[in-house]
Design a protein around this ligand. Sequence first.
Ligand SMILES: Cc1cc2nc3c(=O)[nH]c(=O)nc-3n(C[C@H](O)[C@H](O)[C@H](O)COP(=O)(O)OP(=O)(O)OC[C@H]3O[C@@H](n4cnc5c(N)ncnc54)[C@H](O)[C@@H]3O)c2cc1C
Length: 327
Amino acid sequence: MSENADAHHPTLPNAPMGLASVKEPVTGHIVSNDSCLKGKSASFVRHTAIDISGTPLEGRCLVGQAFGVLAPGVDERGKPHKVRLYSIACPDDGEDGAGCVISTTTKRVIDERYPQKKGDDPGDHSLFLGVCSNYMCDLRPGDPIQVTGPNGKRFLLPEPTSRRNHDYVFVAAGTGIAPFRGMAMELLQRNPISSQVHLVMGAPYTTDLIYDDLFTELAAEHPNFHYYRAISRETRPDGRRGQYVHHLMDERMDLFGPVLANPRTLLYICGLAGMQSGLFKAMAQHGVDDGYFTLKKSLAGVDPADWQLSQIRRGVRCTPRCMVEVY
Ligand SMILES: Cc1cc2nc3c(=O)[nH]c(=O)nc-3n(C[C@H](O)[C@H](O)[C@H](O)COP(=O)(O)OP(=O)(O)OC[C@H]3O[C@@H](n4cnc5c(N)ncnc54)[C@H](O)[C@@H]3O)c2cc1C
């Protein structure tokens, strides 16, 4: 890593945490709960906005943090459902500009059941519905919801006065787009700066793109905002196979190479667990990993072309310039 690497590290704000606990959650109320997918799709994703005014969370949630939701009822052991976390999808001052309404991007977990652990019935292919995501997607304006948090102190934008010292590369898969909606609004609309902001969004099909209209509009209005879509399960117009986010960035290193090589740049990755591995490999192969991560012994000296994904998961340590939130 370069000698003055620390000089390029972001100064993060002191994020408030745990203002509402699982034992003492606050009651918010649903403001809106609308689909935010581009088209008719096999998946269901909603933009869920929650009024938290008058609670300790009002004005205290930062984009990049998450909040917890407690679904009513009990699990199969008769215990109250555990808290589930959801990324904040609005700017620091909320949807309303006053910190009273926070939002997230809720995807219904819906599938056929398959074995998760030893002893599960392999013949059971009945409908599986995730508890909290379906509870949230069913909610209507005015409904109460039990909220905890905020959570998270690392996956954050730099504090406002130092944001202009950086450029930003956001890489999202699926609902990993949630924080980048809020971050893009923060950097382009609420407290606009001229830094370059690149957003790479991954989805299986074009119809699964989330907030696509918003990002298309932002890209048209702000020359410093660049929006790229990686569609993995559709053949591309030129006949080539679909691509994941790391394929897109790998293919477009003519563009991303100089951005990533610039010590101003901060890299944020959010979405499916494991999505960072392909990207780290591509960055190392193109020699633009310096400043974003260091290698543990298991990978040191190994040609990046030979890195196995499981090795990357264990052998890469992110620096403060690389923020990863995967689940
Ligand atoms: C920091 C963080 C931020 C997050 N942000 C978001 C966000 O912005 N938006 C969002 O939608 N989610 C987000 N999540 C995920 C979210 O917390 C929940 O995990 C998700 O909504 C599923 O919860 P659920 O209660 O609906 O599903 P659950 O009832 O918890 O079911 C999911 C669990 O069931 C099991 N399972 C899954 N599929 C099957 C199957 N087919 N058959 C049998 N068992 C199965 C798995 O063990 C899985 O963990 C985030 C998670 C973290 C940690």
